[in-house]
Design a protein around this ligand. Sequence first.
Ligand code: FPP
Length: 266
Amino acid sequence: MTNFSSITSDKKYLASSLPEELDPLRIPEHIAVIMDGNGRWAKARGLTRARGHIAGVDALKTTLRLCSDWGVGALTVYAFSTENWSRPGEEVSFLMTLFQRVLKRELEALQMQKVRIKFLGDLDQLPSKLQDLINDATKLTANNTGIHFNVCTNYGGRRELVKVAKRLAERSISGDLDPSLIDENVFSAELLTANDVDPDLLIRTSGERRLSNFLLWQLAYAEIHVTETLWPDFDKDSLFQALLDYQSRRRRFGGLEQIGSANANT
Ligand code: FPP
């Protein structure tokens, strides 16, 4: 029986101030994260992969709080891809149970921090208990004014794009939409992330340099920060380094001029 105690501890929370090396005016409005390396972290310690995922939840909680404290508007994480179903059944069902436990136990804290949580992906293929919890959490936090926290679960970028294409085709056939009016704005309004600006920064842990079918449209102009750090070890300093790296970039969006504001693609 797995011990979930590490994800239920309720330490007194003190807000973390932005490190002075970071420019508060150039904090990314939206950060996307591919949380990779839980399995390798566990293996290196002679632990089960499940322990790695539990440790990954702690890293996620820390990252969410820091992003919220440091003024990031939205955090979107890749928790479970459409390809992850091919993992051993035991690991898949462990992850589903973990999502349920974490959601149940963290909901009050999320609400207190004014987090607006959403799950993005094909949610109807998830266990019905998890779907119920997701619906409750989404409804409860829908009007919260704090950070937008998007958890991509049973998510695939190509699948999302195919769904948008289908939806636009259906709307065109029904007469609701003139196909000649379809442009990037009309298209992106149908994406799962429609209410958020595109991510300014993508962080991928564990040294892998792939997009892995994550937010294929939305990451078109994102700066990419790859770190060798395994996800469970991703901490305050790791986020600080990612933001320093981000702030050292000149964002051009295909043009020639340096754009001063980190949020210039909005
Ligand atoms: C990748 O590491 C990690 C995952 C597939 C799962 C990530 C999920 C969490 C951190 C829990 C999130 C919980 C909630 C409620 C949002 P890996 O297993 O691919 O590691 P490896 O590449 O080293 O094998």
